[in-house]
Design a protein around this ligand. Structure first.
Ligand code: GLA
Length: 339
């Protein structure tokens, strides 16, 4: 029997920047997905708490279009990983999760994908595994995601956020001081990225880059040259968000919670007004959190359109919400627990 654990993640800052080679600063959670399994000669059979069982006879389907027909839909990630790894695995397994269920913006799908990758024998440097996991997720959903979530899941280090340069595909580890507590709060609004305007935002960034070149190197003067007001707003978010990532790295290094919180709140305004990926409910919750004594700042986290919020606060602060929430320290990356 092999058992692996893969964490979910919360992104501190650097939202909707990964797919234009920008900067991101997520951290792995201590919550995630545990996947245990043993070899089975005939089937991929996996049971999962609170979900229908996956039961597929070998050989597994080999075309991306066939993956889309697999039910229950969570099984598509497993089959897509097997296909990308080039293995046709028989597994009798069990999955359990400590992440809140479905559509949370905390990368439960990525945790599932990365857990499958380790269980099915994927080996290599974490960022190489992350690239493979990303391709498998794209195969499973058709959403043209970036590399942030898979890197956070596989390359994180305990007590540190992960600073990734998505152009160079390099990472470094940034200590999160204990004076700053991270709160993760679910909005109560579930969503699937596949049903969202995620691909539309990515297309807008591609249109911007056709006009002014790579967003990673664009200046505000370049952004101001864009005639189309919508493209100008999307570009302004990305350019200012990359700056906010570096400002956050500095604030964490200086153990400066007020500045770190102000960066989150500014990041939310940019996502809500310029990138337009927030919702009225999330905006109201961010405002209520930011107005709470002890909270330094708050914003939506992840792809948006619902999902979760992240706040930085004085240790022990209670969020004024009646939805699921947790205090979070940065966790370690995905690992084999029992070989
Ligand atoms: C989702 C994607 C990531 C990233 C975020 C937005 O989580 O999987 O690649 O683009 O949205 O920052």
């Amino acid at each position: 029997m092999t058992t692996v654990f893969a964490p979910g993640r919360v992104n501190l800052i650097g939202e909707h920047t990964d797919y234009t080679g920008g900067l991101v600063l997520p951290m792995a959670l201590e919550l995630g997905i545990t996947f245990s399994g043993r070899a089975d000669p005939e089937r991929l059979h996996v049971v999962s708490d609170g979900h229908d069982d996956l039961d597929v006879a070998l050989p597994l389907p080999d075309r991306t279009s066939a993956i889309a027909a697999i039910e229950p839909s969570w099984g598509r990630y497993l089959v897509a990983v097997a296909r990308r790894l080039g293995v046709s695995p028989g597994i009798d397994g069990k999955i359990s999760s400590t992440l809140p269920a479905g559509g949370t913006g905390l990368s439960s799908s990525t945790a599932l994908t990365c857990a499958a990758l380790l269980l099915l024998g994927g080996t290599g440097p974490p960022l190489e595994l992350a690239k493979l996991a990303r391709q498998a997720e794209i195969d499973a959903t058709g959403v043209q995601i970036g590399l942030m979530d898979q890197a956070a899941c596989l390359a994180s280090r305990r007590d540190h956020a992960l600073l990734m340069d998505c152009e160079a595909v390099t990472v470094s580890h940034v200590a999160v001081p204990e004076s700053i507590e991270v709160l993760v709060v679910h909005s109560g609004q579930s969503r699937r990225l596949a049903d969202s305007a995620y691909n539309d935002r990515q297309a807008a960034c591609a249109a911007v880059e056709e006009r002014i070149g790579p967003l990673r190197r664009a200046t505000m003067a370049d952004v101001d040259r864009l005639d189309d007001p919508n493209l100008r707003k999307r570009a302004r978010h990305v350019v200012t968000e990359n700056d906010r990532v570096m400002a956050m790295v500095e604030a964490l290094g200086a153990d400066d919670p007020e500045t770190a919180g102000a960066i989150l709140t500014a990041g939310h305004a940019s996502l809500a007004d310029d990138y337009e990926v927030s919702t009225p409910i999330v905006d109201r919750m961010v405002a209520a959190l930011a107005a709470t004594d002890g909270v330094y700042g708050a914003r939506m986290t992840g792809g948006g359109f619902g999902g979760s919020l992240v706040a930085l606060c004085r240790p022990g602060t209670e969020p004024p919400v009646d939805t699921w929430w947790t205090r979070a320290r940065p966790g370690a990356g995905a690992r084999i627990i029992e070989a």
